[in-house]
Unconditional design. Structure first.
Length: 164
């Protein structure tokens, strides 16, 4: 099963949901999508606006591949579960987020060979195939990654406290 999640923001992520639905129509694998505020309703995949935490954890555990936005919580969950992930960052130019996304977490994880990052949605399908061959050690054994994530979370926390 492939799990697609766009996060909890009310802003839609039409670009990812539409392209993944198109791809789902060609796959011999179940695709489940959490589409949030996206207006497009998938035709070839089972979709939910939001999924409660218990069910989401169940889907994460069942998934062979996860396709997601670049949210820290989603990325952390996939790393903990040691799941292959394709990250499609939300882009301000498509009105998918309210901020100028810097992609720092996704790019750092890409540099560590932990994720595949897709900026051009037309490359999503080939990236899914690439994710199937990702091989890496357990998350808990990667001290460099843990250290990076702790620092990243501390920076986010400081930004929130200072109103940035």
């Amino acid at each position: 099963m492939i799990l697609v999640t766009v996060g909890a923001t009310p802003l839609g992520f039409e670009r990812l949901v539409k392209k993944m639905d198109e791809i789902a129509g060609r796959l011999n694998e179940e695709v489940i999508m959490q589409i949030g505020g996206t207006k497009y309703v998938p035709k070839h995949a089972k979709s939910y606006t939001y999924i409660d935490n218990e069910k989401m954890v169940e889907f994460y555990n069942e998934a062979n591949i996860i396709i997601a936005h670049d949210g820290a919580g989603t990325l952390l969950m996939t790393l903990i579960l040691n799941k292959p992930i394709v990250v499609v960052p939300r882009l301000q130019k498509y009105y998918e987020c309210d901020y100028e996304n810097k992609f720092d977490l996704a790019e750092a994880l890409k540099d560590m060979n932990r994720v595949i990052v897709v900026y051009d949605i037309e490359k999503l399908e080939e990236s899914i195939e690439g994710a199937k061959s990702l091989k890496y050690g357990k998350f808990v054994q990667n001290k460099k990654l843990i250290s990076f994530l702790k620092g990243y979370i501390e920076e986010l926390d400081e930004g929130i406290k200072s109103g940035i």
